[in-house]
Design a protein around this ligand. Sequence first.
Ligand code: SF4
Length: 399
Amino acid sequence: MIRVTYSTCTRYPNFTIISERSAMDDSGKSVVACLRKHGVSRRQFLEFAGLMTATLALPPHYQAQILHALEQKKKPILVWLEFQDCAGNTEAMLRSSHPTVADVVLDVLSWEYHETIMAGAGHQAEAALARVIREEKGKYMCIVEGAIPTADGGVYCTIGGRTALDIAREVCGSALATISVGACAWDGGLVKSYPNPTGAVGTQEAVPGVKVVNLPGCPHHPANTAAVLVHYLTFGEMPALDSYNRPLFAYGKIIHDQCERRAHYDAGRFTEEWGDEGHRKGYCLYKMGCKGPEANYNCPTVRYNDATSWPVKAGHGCIACASPRFWDTMSPFYKRLPNVAGFGVDVPVGKIGVAVIGAVAAATAVHLAAVTVKGHAHHDPSEEDKTLVPPSHSIKRED
Ligand code: SF4
């Protein structure tokens, strides 16, 4: 059996070496047994289970069920395909370290193929992928990163002499389930943005009919990937999804409702320009183009960089990177745009979600009208009109 091995790399300090020998020794072991072998303590494992319970928005008592499942279940087999992208999602996954998401997700899974980071190359690497498809058909998970070009027969991305389109159709078509990570794998992302010369599309469009769980974001948050896998190991099924096949636990809430600057928004305290007193005091960034009122994602709660921060906390408005076609529909990122096709389409599933978004949009407009009168009466109203475009004009559902 050819077993692909991973090597150490100073860029990826969290990526534990999995030698050929240890990978083979681990086969058939439970997740917890593998964790112990790779030096993850019981305390770290409990922390991880707690994080997963919170990320999945489950009540605390589910932590015991998750622990039990991870102690019993065997390591799942996983392949990672990377196509047209910047490798940002691979970087995000490998950089995660709190609490040892990389240890848990990377070390304990049977990673059979990841062309970006695997030590094997060329024919050896492709042989490993072929073996998984042949011997583990219908049993392995496939993670896709990057868009898939379809123009001119898909020639704009080829690996081992095969087009990304051909590879995706074979690998995803034989997988137990496919997870698309990042904006590009979801709906084409940056690569599909106008004018899209390569005819790029996301996984679910390139491989119609396969079961895809989408984890958009630029990059996606690795805690959500871990949570999807843990949900599958614990409950034997993928989590509930919205109409874009995004997990509701991660994409069911509007960013605006989870934002620490929300109190400033409600009080009518806005940053008026970059670096002004309001910006330094952490005031709301809506006037600077923040798309938080119309974007769904859990990044305000899971946060990046060891769960320390996210863009709005760092002082930059949300660009709605987990929303449909955000490069085209949400840019320019520093202005609110009215009447742009697709703008404001990021909604929770079902009519209730539409109503909620509509209510938020309407409330945004009403709120801004109110604070303009109350708190900013000294401003030139024409100036307000330039920056405060109520999103209620453009709320559409794109089903
Ligand atoms: S508009 Fe943006 S910065 Fe202001 S409260 Fe909403 S999400 Fe936060």
